[in-house]
Design a protein. Structure first.
Length: 201
């Protein structure tokens, strides 16, 4: 007789199911269009259950952002060329961001809303100007680029605006159907961003 192993019989973690439901509904309907009761219904859990995992909707919105951030960070760290040049590290990050958000349009849509909402203000301030206690490849790249005189002298926030904001704009245009970003265009985008921050001889 065939017996299923326990691993195959495990139900999905309720917290993860709630996060995935929140991601979809908040991305598609907006932060003000998806109340907790609707998210709970979509996740097929009771309204009381969702509050056991997330104190309120604000906490849930921030948790979805952290889920996306942690997933992208793991991808960036995989095969990160730390021992190579600042340029190689920059190109790795740039291409990973493009690939990740093209392959995950719902997560891109969520992040677009998040970083254009009051929720992002304190988080963005911490990520751009302070040590957060977590490994931050963007800050590491910025500091190494300055220390090695590879990038122009500028505040961290301007470095980020010039280096990575155009990548986000291009991915947005890809999802809107204005352009199709293939490998060649991806390389053009990342190269142009690099040119905007690097020091010239």
């Amino acid at each position: 007789m065939f017996i299923l192993k326990k691993d195959f019989m495990k139900k999905p973690d309720k917290r993860d199911v709630i996060l995935q439901s929140a991601l979809r509904l908040l991305a598609e309907q907006g932060f003000h269009g998806a109340p907790m009761a609707r998210i709970a219904e979509h996740a097929e859990v009771g309204t009381g259950t969702i509050y056991r995992y997330f104190e309120n909707r604000d906490v849930l919105i921030l948790a979805v952002h952290r889920m996306i951030r942690d997933e992208l960070t793991a991808i960036l760290l995989a095969h990160y060329p730390k021992e190579q040049s600042v340029k190689a590290c920059f190109f790795h990050i740039g291409h990973c961001i493009i690939d990740y958000f093209i392959q995950n349009p719902l997560k891109f849509q969520y992040n677009e809303q998040f970083f254009n909402s009051p929720y992002s203000n304190e988080i963005r301030r911490n990520e751009l100007t302070k040590a957060t206690g977590q490994q931050d490849l963007f800050q590491e790249l910025y500091r190494k680029g300055l220390a090695d005189h590879i990038i122009k002298t500028m505040p961290m926030v301007i470095f980020f605006d010039l280096a990575f904001a155009p990548i986000v704009w291009a991915v947005r245009d890809h999802h809107l159907g204005f352009v199709v970003i293939d490998k060649a265009i991806s390389n053009t985008i990342v190269s142009a961003c690099w040119d905007s921050i690097k020091r010239y001889p």
